[in-house]
Design a protein around this ligand. Structure first.
Ligand code: SF4
Length: 346
């Protein structure tokens, strides 16, 4: 396999903008290649180019603030392809594309999927160009195949770890989802957000994996956390300090709801929500974080409940005497129940 970062776009941007300094960030798997590109930039243009060493998990990890701190004037955010090409004041998205093929794993999956008639396809940034060939291959095997609609952020059938808005609307039109790519992280999100059987098509191991068990584990743990939090008197409500994770209206909504239910709220703000970061706050019995939903939904190492936005929604429902509901089944895990956000910000 080769993941190809769009170097041509990088050089075009530099030629056009003539920056005095550049800040770059990339997810862990692309750091090696990114370092090579940084060396090329420095050799070719003789300008300082800083690789940001903090974690970079998603499109939310943009680094406009670092641009100003480092006296630069351009930021390159690599590998989280999206419909938008620029974010904030300085950041340009640089695509990365994986050339691995899915023909073999699709053929292998066909006998296992024969109980389904209608398939939905989804994938993440690096495999978007494989959706159409995959659709045609499944169709020629007799399946009815659906792709999700592009929106103002995501391409057709693309998902992020917290955003399933392209494929969620077709949940009722398909019997199962097939996720192109080795990422169980993304596929398990699809299984939880849509409530549909979801299979990873891993082109590297040439195998298909059912996400049912992984989704069930997360769902059970999540429900348990919500019920545990119901007993808490003191909550920490955490606002994320990463640029794309600052969700102050959500923080305000949750704080207001908890206070209305007689709970004490301690407001915290941090870049990385980890067990170590929460350890000093021993008097706090449960946390709600509005930064990244996957910190909670995949966070197996916290010693107290740490709820994400949909889980906080579920908690409030319980506090108000309503049913908990299928709270993870929604198009985006960064959005509260629509309408209540406005109400809280009055
Ligand atoms: S908030 Fe979390 S899941 Fe969403 S894009 Fe950022 S890192 Fe990914």
């Amino acid at each position: 396999m080769t993941v190809r970062i769009d170097k041509e776009k990088i050089f075009e941007l530099i030629d056009e903008r003539r920056p005095r300094g550049i800040v770059v960030n990339a997810p862990g798997g692309l750091l090696g290649q990114t370092r090579g590109i940084i060396e090329e930039i420095e050799d070719r243009y003789g300008i300082p180019c800083f690789l940001i060493g903090d974690s970079c998990f998603g499109i939310c990890d943009t680094v406009d603030d670092e641009v100003e701190k480092l006296d630069a004037d351009l930021a390159l955010h690599i590998g989280h392809n999206a419909v938008v090409q620029e974010i904030g004041k300085y950041t340009h998205l640089i695509d990365a594309v994986d050339d691995v093929k899915f023909d073999s794993v699709i053929d292998r999956s066909i006998p296992l999927l024969k109980g389904y008639k209608r398939l939905g396809l989804a994938t993440f940034s690096q495999h978007l160009h494989e959706l159409q060939p995959a659709k045609e291959r499944y169709e020629s095997a007799g399946f009815e195949v659906h792709l999700g609609k592009q929106n103002n952020l995501l391409f057709q059938s693309q998902t992020f770890g917290c955003d399933f808005s392209t494929i969620y609307p077709m949940s009722e039109e398909v019997d199962a989802f097939c996720y192109l790519g080795e990422s169980e992280f993304h596929a398990v999100g699809v299984a939880l957000a849509t409530g549909k059987p979801t299979y990873v098509l891993d082109p590297y191991l040439d195998e298909i994996r059912d996400m049912k068990e992984e989704a069930e584990i997360r769902k059970r743990r999540s429900i348990l956390s919500v019920y545990k939090a119901l007993d808490a008197d003191v909550f920490g409500v955490i606002t994320g300090l990463k640029e794309g994770q600052k969700m102050l209206p959500r923080t305000r909504w949750i704080t207001k709801r908890l206070e209305m239910q007689g709970r004490k709220v301690v407001q915290l703000a941090m870049r990385d929500v980890t067990p170590d970061a929460l350890a000093p706050y021993r008097d706090i019995q449960a946390f709600v974080q509005t930064a990244c939903p996957r910190i909670s939904i995949d966070g197996f190492t916290f010693d107290r409940p740490v709820l994400s936005i949909p889980e906080a929604d579920a908690l409030v429902r319980l506090m108000e005497g309503r049913e908990i509901g299928e709270y993870l089944e929604r198009p985006k895990w960064i959005e509260l129940t629509v309408g209540l956000i406005k109400e809280a910000s009055r």
